[in-house]
Design a protein around this ligand. Structure first.
Ligand SMILES: [Mg+2]
Length: 364
């Protein structure tokens, strides 16, 4: 450790992660699905699994797996259509619970967040007690279970939340951190994707202990700007701060069709759930959007985008639908079959602010 790091006050970080989130929400709301292998997603030819219940995971089904593969692994797998509006509503409930403990919340997705509880609003000393309380509150409020990792930095908190899943928690203390990392298989490291894991494997790095043996120069030579991060985490060091209120720059959704599309009607139909998804997210988060971008990927994988920016945030979903229609119509007839369509909203702003602005002007 350098002098600067050792003098820095130790942090108390909690990583909260909902268990099989989308699938658990579906099992909660549809009792007939409980105890059964469930995949949230489309069973269509090009569909992918968005989330798998623990019953499905026992068959080797996991998220991001092509639906066709999932069905082969688990012939009794039940596919359920995602309901993102519901997942978002639950996510906001969880976020509200976090906010009672700390304003230092950094969501990673709808079902995962880092909390810095070093200084918390409850004046609680022990981070493991905070984690236990938050998990109990989540269970009582949503009927769903969450797991938590507690540690002195983000990397270790994230690794810890995986240790006692589902419905469990795990703490990694400064004393245990370095030994924990040494034992950890490299492919489990957060920030090491499949491609990097494969490269590490080729370099003879299989565990945290192997990673720790490599010099900083070696890691920079092979992994560029990720080198210093890998060098640090191999020693249980991660100085990244929990960044609250990360303002999103855009909200997008896209879908690949099971068959290429050639005419306007099916394209517009395919876009509707995407429109509803991005609009639902903005509504749940009180975000207004001024720019709409339509993405079109053709059968040959070439891709175009078409954007329109309006002067004030779109007031209703109908207005969004009209802009999408305007962007979509001119691309027909398409030069090739359309394989994928996407909608992204950007130029985002907090809707509360834009609502109160005129009143402020009047008051002045
Ligand atoms: Mg999760």
């Amino acid at each position: 450790m350098t002098g600067e790091e050792s003098s820095r006050r130790p942090r108390k970080i909690v990583h909260v992660d909902m268990d099989a989130f989308y699938a658990s929400v579906e099992q909660r709301d549809n009792p007939e699905l409980r105890g059964l292998p469930v995949a949230v997603g489309s069973p269509a030819a090009r569909g992918v699994v968005a989330a798998a219940s623990y019953e499905a995971r026992r068959f080797g089904v996991h998220s991001a797996m092509p639906s066709v593969t999932a069905q082969r692994k688990c012939p009794d797998l039940i596919f359920v259509k995602p309901r993102f509006d519901v997942y978002k509503a639950v996510s906001l409930q969880i976020r509200a619970i976090f906010a009672e403990y700390t304003p230092m919340i950094e969501p990673l997705s709808l079902d995962e967040a880092y909390l810095d509880v070093t200084e918390n609003l409850k004046g609680m000393e022990i981070a493991t007690e905070i984690a236990a309380e938050i998990r109990a509150r989540i269970k009582a409020t949503t009927g769903l279970t969450a797991s938590a990792g507690i540690s002195y930095n983000k990397f270790l908190a994230k690794m810890a939340s995986d240790q006692n899943k589902p419905d469990g928690q795990f703490v990694i203390t400064p004393k245990n951190g370095p030994a924990f990392v040494e034992r950890l298989p490299i492919k489990k490291f957060h920030g090491v994707g499949p491609a990097t894991a494969e490269k590490m494997h080729r370099l003879g790095i299989e565990t945290g202990a192997d990673l720790k043996e490599r010099t900083l120069d070696f890691l920079v030579e092979h992994f560029g700007k990720s080198g210093p991060y890998f060098y640090g985490i191999a020693r249980g060091i991660d100085n990244r701060l929990v960044k609250p209120d990360r303002v999103r720059k855009s909200v997008g959704a896209e879908d690949t069709f099971s068959q290429d599309i050639h005419s306007f009607e099916p394209a517009r139909e395919g876009l509707q759930p995407l429109i509803e998804k991005v609009w639902g997210y903005c509504e749940a988060n009180e975000i207004g959007a001024k720019t709409v971008t339509l993405k079109v990927k053709y059968a040959d994988f070439s891709q175009i985008t078409r954007s329109k920016t309006v002067p004030a945030p779109l007031p209703t979903i109908t207005d969004l639908e009209e802009v999408v229609d305007l962007l979509l119509a001119p691309i027909f007839p398409p030069r090739k079959g359309i394989r994928l369509l996407g909608v992204t909203l950007s130029s985002l702003e907090e809707r509360r602010a834009s609502r109160t602005a005129p009143q402020l002007r009047l008051a002045l």
